[in-house]
Design a protein around this ligand. Structure first.
Ligand code: FAD
Ligand code: SIN
Length: 537
């Protein structure tokens, strides 16, 4: 078996992972592990932008109030303040890394062109056209490529964390590395480091319909759970209200910024309906808009609703939303002339591995940043464009913390890590089982654990997912590991976490809406699931 030794291992190469790597490279050698090509991540597809207070008529307090309001009473106010206050320095870093945000013309007063999205009381979203994520990812990857202390390991997929208690060592339990599947050879390697940073993103692929790319299988959450680290608020799955509805448009998002610039949500008759649900109309927070669309679709029997932005005219639309205009055109929709058919789809995990703003978890040596973490910023519903911000701020804060404590200096680099056990495993000739179970998990989550929930649907989903997990477990032990099997094992594990968390929350709050408990309990509490390590292999 191959062994790799680093001072820091970062798993994931989106905004949180790459900023972590760049900041940590000042302290030592960093290995970045990414399961596909490095740029394949949610960050790369972000459109709307990154929220940050940038103007004198805006303030941290106003951004904080909008965040708390969207979060439906469950945000941790001190965490929100800390992250929002860290925003301007994180933006400075991005500019320093070479990112160029869109600016207004001199006639329009110059300065950054700030966008607006649902739930924001001010224009405060920095963007690069509607390619913001791609521009961020490319700028960061260019910097990483020029940094000799960072080793990028693409097509390498972390399987599980390695802890000292799992190794049977007597010391205080800590994380010492990870087993990694080298996807090009099928071999398993051990990557050893005193600090492991999970920056593995979210898990939209747990659901049948999602805005997320294929890599979003919540591997980090599943790995941390198996290692006994507490997982919080997994019931709060954000459904983005407006994904393009077209049989061939897999996961394409129509940014909330389109509504920010005046698009109205309308039904097939062209009637605007959002005012019936919320005074903020089409710009209400996402949980409200997604539920309203779901209700309109159920009442009318129609498979989608529509966005109407025709009044803005072709030249404006093509310059402000070049990506959306071109992608819709590819599917035969001219957004300057036609309505855009849209549906909600799973978009973002507000929950994740319980972590501080500096990424610290209950397991020494393990840090979690970005969408994989649950810091308390988003509460029961994330405010638009606060995610890229969280990833950037927390990665920076994590590196600052490690600069202070330097755990790498006391780490015993000789810790023996056993070879990966293949036992009797053979190559699989049953790929159809993986394919079938993959679809079944995602369909089950979509049908029973979606925008509107009930006790009966959750119970049914729980029974099915438990059965599927048992089957997947057997498959995992009998056959040689592949990326597909590992992802299936992870989405099934995370599906169970989502269902259990939803069953524990006996109220409707933010993104968790259940017909059995339609009201809000007086006290807001986090749902934390903490099972002993190894229990959920
Ligand atoms: P990601 O960017 O998802 O990166 C995760 C990385 O981990 C990937 O490189 C992946 O390959 C790797 N990985 C995962 N598992 C493993 C494993 N087992 N082994 C090795 N590598 C692994 N947020 C905003 O704030 N503003 C927006 O405008 C916005 N628009 C969005 C549009 C879309 C279409 C989507 C999908 C999301 C959007 N979001 C937006 C949300 C935001 O993009 C994500 O929450 C954020 O980019 C997550 O960053 P991250 O670094 O935590 O994870
Ligand atoms: C969007 O552009 O609508 C996505 C923004 C986000 O998820 O924060």
């Amino acid at each position: 078996m191959q062994y790799y030794n680093f001072d820091f291992v970062v798993i994931g190469s989106g905004i949180a992972g790459l900023i972590s790597a760049l900041r940590l490279s000042r302290l030592g050698r960093v290995g970045v592990i990414s399961k596909k090509v490095a740029s394949e991540c949610s960050t790369n597809y972000a459109q709307g932008g990154i929220a940050c207070v940038m103007t004198s008529d805006d303030s941290i307090q106003m951004h904080l109030e909008d965040t708390l309001d969207a979060g439906a009473g469950l945000c941790d106010e001190s965490v929100v303040r800390e992250i929002l206050t860290g925003g301007p320095s994180a933006i400075e870093d991005l500019l320093h890394y070479g990112l160029k945000f869109s600016e207004r013309s001199a006639e329009d007063g110059g300065g950054f062109d700030l966008g607006r999205e649902g739930g924001h009381s001010k224009r405060r979203v920095l963007h690069a056209g509607d390619f913001t994520g791609r521009e961020i990812e490319q700028a960061l990857l260019r910097r990483v490529a020029a940094e000799p202390a960072v080793v990028m390991m693409e097509h390498c997929m972390a399987i599980d964390l390695i802890t000292t208690s799992w190794l049977g060592l007597d010391d205080e339990n800590r994380c010492t590395g990870a087993y990694v599947l080298m996807q090009k050879t099928g071999q398993v390697a051990a990557v050893r480091a005193p600090v492991v940073v999970l920056a593995t993103g979210g898990g939209g692929k747990t659901y049948l319909y999602t805005s997320n790319p294929d890599v979003a299988t919540a591997d980090g959450v599943a790995m941390a759970w198996r290692a006994g680290v507490p997982i919080a608020n997994m019931e709060f799955i954000q459904f983005h209200p407006t994904c393009l509805f077209h049989p061939d448009a897999k996961s394409f998002l129509v940014s909330e910024a389109v509504r920010g610039e005046g698009a109205e949500l309308v039904n097939r008759e062209g009637e605007s309906f959002m005012e019936r649900y919320d005074r903020r109309g089409s710009l209400a927070p996402r949980d409200i808009v997604a539920r309203a669309i779901d209700s309109e679709m159920k009442a009318s029997g129609q498979p989608c609703v529509y966005l109407d932005i025709r009044h803005k005219g072709r030249s404006y639309l093509e310059s402000r939303f070049p990506n959306i205009s071109a992608e819709c055109r590819r599917f035969g929709i001219d957004i300057a002339e036609q309505l855009i058919p849209v549906v909600p789809a799973a978009h973002y995990f507000c929950g994740g591995v319980q972590a501080g703003v500096d990424g610290r978890t209950t397991l020494p040596g393990l840090y979690v940043v970005g969408e994989a973490a649950c810091t308390g910023l988003h509460g029961a519903n994330r405010l638009a464009s606060n995610s890229l911000l969280e990833g950037a701020v927390c990665a920076r804060r994590m590196a600052d913390h490690l600069e202070q404590v330097r755990p790498d200096r006391q780490f015993d680099r000789r810790i023996p890590i056993p070879e990966w056990k293949f036992d009797e495993a053979v190559p699989s000739d049953e790929g159809v089982v993986v394919e079938h179970n993959w679809n079944e998990v995602r369909q089950c989550m979509w049908d029973y654990v979606g925008i509107v929930r009930t006790n009966r649907r959750l119970d049914r989903a729980y029974r099915r997912i438990r059965n599927l997990r048992q089957e997947i477990r057997e498959y995992y032990h009998d056959y040689l590991v592949t990326g597909d099997v590992l992802e299936l094992r992870n989405i099934a594990a995370v599906a169970e976490l989502i269902i259990r968390s939803a069953q524990l929350r006996q109220e409707s709050r933010g993104l968790h809406y259940t017909l059995d408990y339609p009201s809000l309990l007086p006290t807001a509490r986090n749902t934390v699931i903490s099972d002993p390590a190894g229990e959920n292999i």
